[in-house]
Design a protein around this ligand. Sequence first.
Ligand code: DLL
Length: 435
Amino acid sequence: MANYYQKEIETASREEIIAIQNEKLVKQVKHVYDNVAYYRNLMDEKGVKPEDIKSIDDIHKLPFLTKNDLRDAYPYGLLGTDLDNCVRIQSTSGTTGRRVVAFYTQADIDLWEECCARAIVAVGGDKSDVCQVCYGYGLFTGGPGLNGGSHKVGCLTLPMSSGNTERQIQFMMDLNATIICCTPSYAAYIGETLAEKGYKPEDNKLKAGIFGAEPWTEEMRRSIEKSLGIKAYDIYGLTEISGPGVSFECEEQTGMHINEDHFLAEIINPDTGEVLPDGTVGELVFTCLDKEAFPLLRYRTRDLCVLNRKKCSCGRTHVKMSKPLGRSDDMLIIRGVNVFPSQIETVLLNEGYDPNYQIEVDRKNNTDTLDVYVELSNEMFSDKVADIQAKEAALAAAMRTMLGIGPKMHLVAPKTITRSEGKAVRVIDRRKLHD
Ligand code: DLL
């Protein structure tokens, strides 16, 4: 039997959800037009007035916001309220250009933490649980978001932050953690470290993990579930829209319910901006229906995914999004072929390798090169060159079938690829350095 944190809204009928969205959108557009000069200018340029937005059917009339707008408006240009009313900032881990800084009022924090609480209850969490949060704390939204959600549910919260894996394991075992929240790559690393210490998956008390903040495949899900002896659930979010909990997986594990009472989702063609029907792959766009301090309208996430409104067996009625299939900006174009890092991960895990790999793209003599470094486990390791070469050739062939191009495979010794405690860096694109 499914449990809900806010049953009424999580299982509301489509008509009820649309009525809520209509009412909130009309109010929100007015709020933004009156308070955010940057967006008012965009609306004026497009010739749209708040009165033109009477329901969610009119949403396509509004201008989009992109990450460039956030950079242009940095830091205060998209504030929807007086700075005095704000109680928090969070920020993205952006490595290039200006960081994105998002502001929150207390009401914004409450709404965000409630979304995270919904996610925790959806994986079976309640006040009897011990919830170990090993997403980073600080400017990154992962730690603070899940921490707040865990409090709201009433779990005993272990605010571990990321890193110090020895201590993570000691607390997990000594304090009987039942739910763990971290990036999937860190979960894989914790699983690997537990095994090295001689623990079997059944030795820990964990029952569920809430993993997100980076792309991960179904194969990775199965591998983590096996190594930790848990059910692994996906959670999605982005700083600009609040943080983790914009959407979350339920017991069905077939996509993430978007918290539609707060975030209105659209899928668009990333090249033309045209709105696409449900079931089509495109770029996810969010409108914050009731955030006060950072009320982004039609924000283009650059995440590519599919929306699905099929009835869910958990009883939740909110639309589900697929795992992001990649970001429109992290798709690699190699010799003209579109390659997503997730396809490489799928092949590796299907072929029995651990999820420790790195992808290197470069351009030599005007030709793109794709090299994939994959770590061998102790069991797979061999000191016979012929063995390794045969494995590399088999992997390259499997990659060619999946990707349409054959990368150069490099099998490397155990423990030579750096482990990640937060978001894993899977791709190094050296072409960018030459450009
Ligand atoms: O990563 C928020 C978060 C924290 C989500 C903890 C889940 C758990 P940002 O650092 O702003 O925020 O990065 C947002 O990360 O646009 C996606 O490209 C990617 N992302 C987030 N969750 C997932 C996921 C946080 N479950 C960007 N699967 C987003 C794939 C994800 N990619």
